[in-house]
Write a new protein. Structure first.
Length: 219
């Protein structure tokens, strides 16, 4: 009997040990599976960030243009307003007269175009005289191929300038006074120069937002 009892005890101990080992093995497998799942989730998040250009240096998808948030639109409008304000400040310094007290017009014609600036208040003699002085100076500079003033105002080389410089002997610039300011008439018989002048004037219309027609005035 004693021998049988001993055998039973040994068998029981072995069985309990096997159960304990099995439980520990299962816990280890569960822990590995959990860690693997976390790694996949993290990798997926990282891939999502890499797929979004704006997320490469950001932790928030609100910075991604694909979200279509109002903040990005507001930022774009603010940037455009800032551009106009900066151009106005540079223009006042480069031209020597107030940009808000005067009105620019750029007109495309069959043989060239017109740059015209006039004061908003007919009694504003100070700005009117400054406009006349500036445009008389511009007519001489443009004829020499010097376009530094518009480059300074717009903070870039306007379209058409390179060709207008190269073809400057094919283009004339005539200064004229008006009752409220002055104008510069640009004329050419060269088709290439004409295209350059029109590109230059269209850029001015858009960047100054004058509202002038982008089409050629046939009159």
């Amino acid at each position: 009997m004693k021998r049988i009892s001993l055998i039973v005890c040994v068998a029981t101990a072995v069985a309990l040990g096997a159960v304990a080992v099995s439980i520990r093995a299962q816990k280890h497998r569960d822990a590995q599976a959990a860690r693997h799942g976390d790694m996949k989730h993290t990798a997926g998040d990282g891939a999502a960030r890499r797929d979004c250009p704006s997320m490469r240096d950001s932790e928030s998808h609100t910075d991604c243009p694909a979200t279509g948030g109002d903040e990005s639109k507001a930022s774009g409008e603010g940037g455009h307003d800032a551009h106009l304000a900066a151009a106005g400040e540079r223009g006042a310094k480069a031209m020597g007269f107030s940009q808000t007290a005067t009105t620019h017009h750029f007109i495309l014609t069959r043989d060239g175009g017109v740059i015209q600036v006039e004061v908003n208040d007919a009694a504003d003699a100070e700005n009117r005289d400054a406009v006349r002085q500036h445009l008389a100076h511009i007519a001489r500079l443009f004829a020499e191929g010097d376009f530094n003033t518009p480059m300074l105002v717009h903070d870039r080389v306007p379209p058409g300038v390179a060709r207008m410089q190269r073809l400057r002997t094919e283009i004339t610039y005539e200064y004229e006074e008006t009752d409220s300011g002055a104008r510069v008439r640009i004329k050419t018989k060269s088709a290439e120069a004409l295209a350059a002048v029109h590109d230059f004037l269209r850029f001015q219309i858009k960047d100054h937002q004058t509202g002038d027609s982008l089409q050629v005035n046939e009159r």
